[in-house]
Ligand binder design. Structure first.
Ligand SMILES: *[C@@H]1O[C@H](CO)[C@@H](O)[C@H](O)[C@H]1NC(C)=O
Ligand SMILES: *[C@@H]1O[C@H](CO)[C@@H](O)[C@H](O)[C@H]1NC(C)=O
Ligand SMILES: *[C@@H]1O[C@H](CO)[C@@H](O)[C@H](O)[C@H]1NC(C)=O
Ligand SMILES: *[C@@H]1O[C@H](CO)[C@@H](O)[C@H](O)[C@H]1NC(C)=O
Ligand SMILES: *[C@@H]1O[C@H](CO)[C@@H](O)[C@H](O)[C@H]1NC(C)=O
Length: 451
């Protein structure tokens, strides 16, 4: 296999210019003000992230270690992938000096003559992956076959070397799940990858998700990465039945929503405290209740702070506990999983509606708070996306994929509207809130609540 096109550590804009000229055409078409809005949304998100990142760094070394073993990189989850300036050149044999004078690229019009399986099996950069795949006849047949045009995110040998040596070998079944999590049965050349927020894989968890586990694509200031931590180091190695991209870390299927919240105290310790106090954490982390995916709109610690000290003191007091519970339930959606670019409704068979469609969606998602709905608007501006809840709160970190749903990090605690005189619904718009106002909004739901 020849990894002929290398993705260098490009800044965001450059990465998009080079791979996606049409993105900019779309931006022009949709108008200058949209670009400006998108850019400011992006900047805001970045500030929140930078803030969160430094907190995580200070306070969560242990969590970082834990999550690393789970294949999930905390810092990257919040910040985006860690790109450095080194570019791995797959053309060069790691053990021999490069041949100079030989053309690196085959001519563009040359048709691929090997399957994605053969590309991986023959490459000197993916020998460990090939060895693993060769242990599974069905995966060999799949990747060598023409049932679909596949996309494989192929961890390089260096990626395998990152696994700590003392870690015990996982079961054959688990390794198969991991392999399948690197493959999608749809054709995603690099341009499409970078224009995508999440990608479905051939791995489906055995319970509590109800659909294909997805990968998250993130184009950060330091370059593109999969699941926040695995950098794309080579792209567009085309085979007869699909395309291979090289990644620098193994993509491990993610843990459940509760575990991810627990692993990111720098961002979610207030949320976890609240979930713990109200018994909701144990419910979320329990494998006992059957469900098919879900969406957690997770307010960051900063979002709680914005409510002001009085509201927080009340919510986290004994007297406020019922209100806190109602409030947190208003952030949880069960059985419906909303990714930035896909929507799965576990209660319907034909449930995927948002894949690659028009640039604007509206969803009314039923929360576990007596069926109270959240109004969610997803708008795309070229490479940027805006997800707003109740017309106001923004999703700042998109698509934290989990084994039982997805986490969308929100910039504000979400509050149910209150009815003004005349029956109009009055949504909260982010100002510090009075305890009386908070109680009024939550009162209708706490009466019969058990704790
Ligand atoms: C595929 O094409 C290359 C030239 O690009 C050639 O060297 C190789 O022998 C071909 N392989 C097969 C299996 O035909
Ligand atoms: C995979 O590659 C090895 C050599 O790298 C070769 O011996 C083996 O036959 C190949 N397997 C298949 C199924 O093509
Ligand atoms: C893979 O497919 C090619 C034809 O596309 C075939 O020649 C080869 O024998 C197949 N290899 C395996 C291991 O099935
Ligand atoms: C794979 O892609 C080729 C070229 O676009 C197309 O002709 C073929 O039908 C595709 N195969 C499948 C199984 O979708
Ligand atoms: C979640 O549940 C698992 C087992 O079901 C347990 O090992 C883990 O400690 C729980 N997480 C927390 C943060 O309590």
């Amino acid at each position: 296999m020849r990894f002929t096109r290398i993705v260098p550590a490009l800044p965001l804009a450059a990465a998009l210019v080079i791979t996606e000229p049409e993105v900019f055409q779309n931006l022009e078409k949709s108008g200058r003000h949209l670009v400006d809005n998108a850019q400011s949304a992006f900047d805001n998100a970045q500030n929140v992230l930078d803030d969160a990142f430094s907190k995580v760094k200070d306070g969560a070394k242990d969590a970082y270690n834990k999550i690393h073993h789970a294949g999930y990189d905390v810092e990257s989850w919040l910040e985006g992938s860690q790109f450095d300036d080194s570019v791995i050149d797959f053309e060069e044999d790691p053990h021999h000096p490069p041949h100079h004078g030989k053309p690196h690229h085959p001519p563009h019009d040359q048709k691929p003559n090997r399957t994605v399986y053969e590309l991986i099996n023959e490459s000197k950069y993916t020998t460990k992956l090939a060895k693993l795949i060769n242990e599974y006849d069905d995966i060999v047949q799949l990747l060598n076959g023409t049932k679909a045009n596949y996309t494989v995110f192929a961890p390089t040998d260096e990626a395998f070397e990152k696994i700590p040596e003392h870690s015990h070998k996982p079961s054959k079944e688990f390794l198969k799940d991991i392999l399948l999590y690197h493959v999608t049965d749809d054709f995603y050349p690099a341009g499409r990858v970078l224009h995508t927020y999440t990608i479905p894989t051939l791995y489906t968890p055995s319970k509590n998700l109800g659909h294909q586990q997805r990968l998250t694509v993130r184009v950060t200031l330091k370059g593109p990465a999969i699941n926040f931590y695995s950098r794309l180091v080579a792209v567009n190695i085309f085979g007869t039945n699909g395309v291979v991209h090289g990644v620098d870390s193994i993509l491990v299927p993610p843990p459940n929503v509760a575990s991810i919240i627990d692993l990111l105290p720098g961002e979610f310790s207030t949320l976890e405290l609240g979930l713990g106090k109200t018994g909701l954490f144990d419910k979320m982390n329990s494998t006992d209740y059957p469900h098919e995916g879900g969406t957690l709109f997770a307010p960051s610690n900063f979002a709680f702070q914005k409510l002001g000290p009085k509201a927080n003191a009340f919510l986290f007091s004994k007297y406020g506990q019922k209100y806190l519970k109602a409030l947190l339930m208003y952030h949880m959606v069960v059985d419906q999983t909303l990714y930035t670019d896909a929507f799965y409704d576990g209660r319907k068979d034909d449930d995927k509606t948002a894949n690659g469609g028009p640039p604007y969606y509206h969803y009314d998602l039923p929360t576990v708070l007596s069926g109270k709905y959240l109004a969610v608007d997803v708008t795309r501006y070229g490479p940027f996306v805006s997800v707003r809840i109740n017309g106001f709160s923004r999703v700042t970190v998109h698509d934290g994929v989990a084994s039982d749903g997805v986490i969308q990090v929100v910039s504000d605690v979400l509050l149910p509207p209150k009815n003004a005189a005349g029956g109009e619904q009055v949504y909260w718009e982010g100002e510090e809130i009075e305890v009386e106002d908070l109680k009024e909004r939550l009162e209708p739901y706490v009466e019969n609540m058990e704790l």
